[in-house]
Design a protein around this ligand. Structure first.
Ligand code: HEC
Length: 302
């Protein structure tokens, strides 16, 4: 047995730590309401609620710390738009501990006072507890968007797998037409052997994007979205269109439908009704896909 398997990595640790304040913020509301409605000996429920909110503050602190570590792990690998969501998520998360301490303080104040102050503090505690739950919920929502929509914090292989086979769709590849079945390898644009070192040097920003803009984007962009296929970002180029789903399988150029379309193995050959790509251009695209179809545009300037 390998013990290392049981030690969570930073991003797993953050996932675990982040769910604690979420649970506590919901549980806390119930506890606060119960504490105000039920009379208990020595205000046990009020002090329990107080403790729950101190615990919320502590777990929020741990979540922020593990989140900061995760943030440095993904730095430089995510597009600007996603970085903005991370920023929002982080700046909201930094306030969560204050909601915890504040709610705990109000609850304690209501436990040690009597009469009208006790009632007023009690009502203020409910308001604070609800505000904490909403704040934590919104913070968690941003975090969830990052993970479940954008695959941040999910191992690369699994993220690629998700993009190719999104969990909710399960689309079968269309049958080849008779014409497509009749195509022979020698009819296609010739391909060359791939040199991994050369593949690593291909840049989406410098090499791939300009070619796409020149020959593909005119038909594959918002407003003129042939086959529901947007080719204006690396992520969308990978994601593909309505017919085949993922057009690019990172690491596997010759299984990628994008390459099959430009070589003429799938019809109509792309770019449709225009001069086919040069062999060198097809080779460059294959190299890019071979090296993982990485997006080096818009990455953060550190
Ligand atoms: C003149 C317009 C036009 C241009 C330019 C063009 N395409 Fe297309 N593309 C289409 C149309 C139309 C379809 C739908 C074809 C069909 O299945 O009938 C399509 C479909 C595709 C698909 C299949 C998407 C799916 O639904 O799975 C891929 C991949 C693709 N194009 C890649 C490219 C690439 C790469 C380029 C640039 C080299 C390009 N296209 C340039 C019009 C164009």
């Amino acid at each position: 047995m390998d013990l290392a398997e049981f030690i969570p990595n930073t991003q797993e640790a953050h996932a675990i730590a982040a769910h604690l304040p979420i649970g506590l913020s919901v549980f806390g509301v119930i506890l606060v309401v119960a504490a105000l409605l039920l009379r208990t000996e020595r205000d046990v429920l009020r002090w329990a609620a107080c403790a729950a909110y101190l615990l919320l503050a502590l777990t929020a602190y741990i979540a922020v710390r593990t989140g900061e570590d995760s943030r440095s792990e993904v730095a430089g690998t995510v597009p600007k738009a996603i970085w903005d969501i991370i920023d929002d998520h982080e700046s909201m998360a930094e306030y969560v501990w204050m909601f915890g301490i504040g709610t705990a303080a109000l609850m304690a104040a209501s436990a040690i006072t009597k009469g009208t102050p006790r009632k007023l503090m009690g009502i203020a505690t409910v308001v604070a507890a609800l505000a904490a739950a909403v704040w934590v919920g919104l913070t968690g929502h941003h975090g969830g968007t990052l993970v479940y929509q954008h695959g941040i914090g999910i191992p690369f292989d699994q993220a690629v797998e998700w993009r190719i086979n999104p969990p909710e769709t399960d689309r079968a590849a269309p049958e080849l037409s008779e014409k497509e079945k009749a195509i022979r390898e020698e009819d296609l644009i010739t391909i060359f052997d791939i040199d991994p070192a050369e593949a690593e040097k291909i840049s989406y920003l410098r090499d791939v994007a300009p070619l796409m803009v020149e020959v593909c984007v005119e038909c594959h962009k918002e407003g003129d979205l042939d086959s529901e296929y947007d080719m204006t970002t690396a992520a969308n180029i990978i994601k593909g269109g309505e017919k085949y789903g993922a057009s690019v399988i990172p690491g596997k150029p010759d299984e990628s439908t994008l390459i099959k379309y430009v070589r003429g193995a799938l019809l109509p050959q792309m770019p449709e009704d225009e001069m086919p790509l040069l062999r060198e251009e097809v080779h460059m695209l294959r190299l890019w896909i071979y090296a993982g179809a990485k997006d080096d545009s818009q990455s953060v300037d550190e």
